[in-house]
Design a protein around this ligand. Structure first.
Ligand SMILES: Nc1ncnc2c1ncn2[C@@H]1O[C@H](COP(=O)(O)OP(=O)(O)O)[C@@H](O)[C@H]1O
Ligand SMILES: [Mg+2]
Length: 484
């Protein structure tokens, strides 16, 4: 193979001197397309995965980008982009490969097979997809991609944020890609509307904020959609919770407690909510309301609803409050709200209070107590004119359990609290921790060492609920085991 390459490059350089005389610029489109057929690219090596690894490994030089720009420009001169758009992705990629291979030989560029392969992949990504983002999007181990202008691309892998070698040609290219992403969902991002949320075909959530609001160039944040959602068993495997703790969570889900999952950004709230829904019975009618559909319920009787941002004219917005309100007219048995962040808190609590037991939602807060006060302020700001005591009573009467998720400083994610809401005492809501994660220190690698402990509560408040569903035996076992 390598021997052949030496011969090849020699042949093509000879060949090049003859061909460069007649540049492909003027009307050479089809001639080029046909000619290129004689130089079939090495298809066996075109697997995406392979290029990805090579992409990361070698830090790209300025030279590489210069060559790429030259070849890219020659390609744009050669091909008819509108014609290319008519082809399906695979054929279009093949067409581009053929032409680029030809251009490389005509321009007499010296490149190893691996470099050529990675250049080909890069160019295909630029023309057909999301450019330098493609290799990152193809990786399943990445949970977030953060682009802060053309030269700074960060990713989160295994809970740790790291800088990548990926870069964009310039902010113009980055902006074009942002535009391409948001136009897929019928939106637009530019100086006059510089903030935009969108979603990729695979379900990944995207946020774009462009200059002049973002000072260092277009800023893009992608929360990658995980096809294989983590299960409660996975969380046990990752030491996010003990087996006994997981058992208790399962019982909380199955015995239809109203649950609030609290945590910071990326702490694993949605993942945990998804895990909890696994304990919903198949015959229950469940309605989910989300800003961007992420939950993957396995039950047969699920209605999924999604909010809608305003359109280009600024109308047609459907808020979470609209969805939750509407939900109540749909005869739900359980209502699941992806993230409670505004007035919908009131409607969700109403629902929890009026026979939709087992409803769940997530909320952005750093402790169970804080989550309850956030809930209170959301309702206060909703302008319902309710005295704070009434709101607290409503909260205490609706929420049964708060589960706290956290992303610790070593990147690990833990369930740090399982806390019950007991009721009111005077003006305050009384809570009781059932499970706590206690941080003991750090090991030599900087990983946090800690332990999940039951707090010794043998009869939690939801005991009667568990008994109603025939689960009190299991609950007692799990709590006993956690104490030992
Ligand atoms: N316990 C966990 N252990 C390891 N990774 C987790 C855990 N929980 C969630 N993740 C991962 O962390 C990322 C963020 O999780 P997500 O549930 O979307 O967070 P949030 O909804 O709090 O923003 C996802 O990629 C998810 O797969
Ligand atoms: Mg979330």
């Amino acid at each position: 193979m390598f021997g052949k390459r030496v011969v090849d490059s020699k042949v093509s350089s000879d060949h090049a001197s003859a061909v460069t005389k007649s540049p492909p610029e003027n009307g050479g489109d089809t001639a080029m397309l046909n000619a290129s057929k004689t130089a079939p690219p090495a298809k066996a090596a075109t697997s995406k995965k392979q290029t990805i690894t090579s992409n990361e490994g070698n830090k790209r030089s300025e030279e590489y980008y210069a060559i790429k720009t030259t070849i890219f420009n020659a390609l744009i001169d050669t091909i008819d982009l509108s014609q290319l758009a008519q082809l399906d992705t695979d054929s279009a990629a093949e067409e581009i490969r053929d032409i680029v291979t030809e251009i490389i030989s005509i321009k007499n560029v010296v490149m190893s097979i691996a470099e050529q392969e990675s250049l080909l992949q890069d160019i295909c990504n630029d023309v057909l997809g999301f450019g330098p983002l493609e290799p990152l999007l193809a990786r399943d181990d990445i949970s977030d991609i953060m682009v802060n202008g053309a030269d700074a691309v960060f990713i989160e892998v295994n809970g740790k944020v790291e800088k990548t070698n990926v870069r964009f040609r310039d902010n113009g290219q980055l902006m074009n890609i942002c535009q391409r992403i948001v136009s897929q969902v019928g939106r637009r991002v530019d100086e006059s509307s510089p903030i935009c949320d969108a979603r990729l075909m695979d379900g990944s959530r995207v946020n774009v904020i462009a200059p002049p609001l973002a000072l260092d160039g277009p800023t893009l944040t992608i929360r990658k959609f995980k096809k294989d959602k983590l299960t409660l068993d996975d969380l046990v495997k990752f030491n996010s919770i003990t087996p006994e703790g997981a058992k208790v969570l399962g019982i909380i889900g199955a015995s239809r407690c109203n649950v609030l999952i609290s945590g910071g950004t990326g702490s694993g709230k949605t993942t945990l909510l998804n895990c909890m829904t696994a304990y919903i019975e198949p015959d229950e009618r469940v309605i989910t309301c989300e800003d961007a559909a992420e939950l993957q319920l396995q039950q047969p009787h699920v209605v999924r609803l999604e909010t809608r941002p305003p359109n280009l004219e600024g109308t047609g917005m459907v808020t979470m409050t609209d969805l939750v309100k509407n939900c109540l007219r749909m005869r739900p048995e359980r209502i699941i709200v992806g993230e409670v962040r505004g007035h919908e808190a009131f409607d969700l609590l109403q629902a929890m209070n009026t026979g939709h037991d087992g409803s769940m939602g997530t909320i952005h807060a750093n402790s169970p107590r804080e989550s309850l006060s956030r809930l209170e302020s959301m309702i206060t700001m909703g302008g319902f004119g309710l005295p704070s005591r009434t709101i607290r009573e409503m909260i205490a009467g609706s929420i049964d359990v708060v589960i706290q998720a956290a992303r610790l400083r070593d990147g690990s994610r833990k369930i740090t609290h399982i806390t019950e809401v007991l009721g009111m005492e005077g003006e305050v809501i009384i809570t009781q921790d059932i499970f706590l994660y206690e941080i003991k220190g750090e090991d030599e690698n900087g990983n946090i060492v800690g332990q999940h402990n039951s707090t010794g509560i043998a009869r939690p408040n939801f005991w009667d609920r568990a008994r109603y569903y025939g689960l009190e035996g299991e609950l007692a076992l799990a709590l006993d085991a956690a104490e030992a």
